[in-house]
Design a protein around this ligand. Sequence first.
Ligand SMILES: Nc1ncnc2c1ncn2[C@@H]1O[C@H](COP(=O)(O)OP(=O)(O)OP(=O)(O)O)[C@@H](O)[C@H]1O
Ligand SMILES: [Mg+2]
Length: 254
Amino acid sequence: MASSEPLIRADHVSRTYDLAGEKVHAVRDITLNIDRGVFIALVGRSGSGKTTLLNLLAGLDSPTEGSVQFEGRDLSTFNENDMVELRRHRLGFVFQSFGLLPLLSAYENVELPLRISGVGAGERSRRTKEVLEIVGLLRRSSHRPYELSGGEQQRVAIARAIAMRPSLILADEPTGELDSTNAQSIFGLFQQMVHDEGMSIVATTHDQTLLDMADEVHKMHDGKIESTWTAATEIDPDNPNAIFMPPVSAKSAG
Ligand SMILES: Nc1ncnc2c1ncn2[C@@H]1O[C@H](COP(=O)(O)OP(=O)(O)OP(=O)(O)O)[C@@H](O)[C@H]1O
Ligand SMILES: [Mg+2]
């Protein structure tokens, strides 16, 4: 397979909702390539379309216009088996609302997808403990979600996603419930997964202080990507927000 092909590509993707006869343009004409081994942060104020875009990239929602291609294959041509395969082995999702099963312990929540995808008992237990250790929750293994804080539940959800070693993790506000130290360590973990395992990660965040940890930052506004910053773009440390003005295309002229 040509390695120049992006892992996943959104091609002029739009998603419009029909709400009581009124159209909501959640995502408008976004084109975005996600290469292998990159850590992308998606920022933008509430309602700008971040979750909608992640859902489209994951195939959890379908675009009203445009297409999403995974390794060059249009997601709309995937049958149910292809989708199951994609979600089991290639793509991990960390939901804004965590999506943990309330009756299972932290350990069981992490282990379940490995069990479903047929990972053997020894390997399963090794990987489950390893990722719980990585997110600092090994000692909380037997706790159920309601016995954990919001931040701890979030870390269980992240552990569950990385345990599968997917090619791509889509994480919606993975640090939303965390204090800045824990948020830094989750983004640090993402950097490590990207650089050591060659994983790609797209994470939405409201936290400006985390942005310099990503290889690329895309700022959404009103359903569009308003500006893009890559690791090559210079940041003014006194004014990190300035990276979004002007957009990279205008900057590269200077
Ligand atoms: N199922 C839906 N039906 C109708 N409108 C929706 C639906 N889902 C999202 N929207 C609208 O689409 C827009 C984008 O929503 P989205 O959830 O993608 O924003 P977001 O950037 O993730 O916001 P937040 O930072 O608050 O999570 C919003 O105006 C929202 O109200
Ligand atoms: Mg959202």
